[in-house]
Design a protein around this ligand. Structure first.
Ligand code: HEM
Length: 326
């Protein structure tokens, strides 16, 4: 069912990056519910603030070294040498620029999803410190988006007039362009100064991340000519994130609640995939749905299920350890 099975580990990768940055919460740090949040806002106001726009990425706004931020920074950077290495060793296929463009687009989506995962991570793991990673993850999404567009222009031999006309006339590129304009707006206003200047409007503006992610996923779906399995995995995780946000606070913090939301996201992923094939290619949706209960090939719904099952296990383990330590 999948065109490029090696890249279907996407959903798992999201989980792995996410897991790799987990550490115990620091009680002294404050809670925020913003999207790409300036790191300074995560610190108690009594601490001295650094005047720099972003500060040193592996330090807290108070100037202390943060292993969590350093690991996250390395995870944000890692795809770049990986793609360059594949290119340098001729492992990026016959059209390396095109493939590098696809890879960066995929990483942009992954980082958008990870940015959205910060708020649930903070609530479910009782982990306020994770909030200080949001800006870094959001900027990583922006970095891979810009790389994606530059590589697209490079793939078209930098014929900028042609590139611009494509961006404004082809539907899936129009979606990508609107999403990119949103990413630019959020990046430019992700500084402490912009946050202070915009006040309450800042939070409203940064809610655009939901729309940006939805448009990016739509763009992703439309680029998948026949096989949509690759796009279904981040879409399924996005569905879970949206369901989580819409659920009542008590329900979405309970293990049963996140389990039910996971079940709903898996079912929506499976139904979405079957519906897409039925509408686009007239394939019998029942056959596509049946693939989800076969062990022949992993489906998008299975990847989403494994990711969310891993999340539930981690939340359960965290709560058990916390109870024992108390
Ligand atoms: C937030 C903005 C954007 C995101 C997150 C994004 C993401 C993606 C993703 C995930 C793919 C599919 C990669 C794959 O198949 O593995 C893709 C494909 C593509 N994107 Fe974007 N994109 C964005 C904006 C743009 C813009 C502005 C352009 C045009 C300038 C563009 C041009 C393309 C092209 C040409 C493809 C490949 C189509 C093909 O399969 O030949 N994208 N993008």
């Amino acid at each position: 069912m999948f065109h490029r099975p090696n890249r279907l580990k996407a959903g798992i990768v999201i989980g792995i990056i996410h897991n790799s940055i987990i550490s115990s919460p620091h009680p002294s740090e404050s809670r925020m519910s913003t999207i790409i949040q300036p790191a300074a806002a995560t610190q108690p106001s009594a601490r001295p603030r650094r005047p720099a726009v972003f500060g040193v990425p592996w330090r807290t706004p108070a100037g202390r070294f943060s292993g969590l931020k350093l690991v996250t920074l390395l995870c944000c950077i890692a795809p770049t040498p990986f793609i360059v290495g594949q290119w340098a060793t001729d492992n990026l296929g016959g059209r390396p620029v095109h493939h590098a463009m696809l890879e960066t687009g995929f990483w942009a989506i992954r980082f958008l999803i990870l940015t959205l995962a910060v708020t649930p991570a903070r609530a479910l793991f009782d982990w306020p410190r994770v909030t200080m990673l949001r800006r870094m993850l959001g900027l990583a999404a922006a970095f891979y988006t810009f790389a994606h567009i530059i590589l697209y222009a490079a793939d078209e031999s930098f014929a900028l007039g042609f590139v611009l006309s494509q961006m404004l006339t082809i539907f899936y590129l129009i979606l990508g362009t609107i999403a990119t304009l949103g990413v630019i707006a959020l990046s430019l206003t992700s500084t402490d100064a912009a946050m202070a200047h915009l006040g309450k409007r800042w939070k409203l503006l940064h809610r655009l991340i939901y729309l940006i992610t939805a448009l990016s996923l739509w763009h992703f779906f439309l680029t998948q000519k026949i096989d949509v399995g690759l796009a279904m995995v981040p879409a399924g995780l996005f569905v879970w994130l949206m369901l989580w946000r819409g659920a009542p606070p008590g329900f979405r913090r309970s293990l049963g609640g996140i389990g039910l939301l996971a079940l709903a996201a898996v079912m929506i992923t499976a139904l979405g995939e079957a519906g897409w094939y039925a509408l686009k290619s007239g394939i019998n949706p029942w056959l596509v749905l049946k693939a989800n209960v076969s062990t022949m090939r992993p489906t998008a719904a299975m990847f989403v299920g494994v990711d969310l099952a891993l999340l539930i296990l981690l939340v359960a383990a965290r709560r058990v350890l916390k109870r024992r330590a108390a």
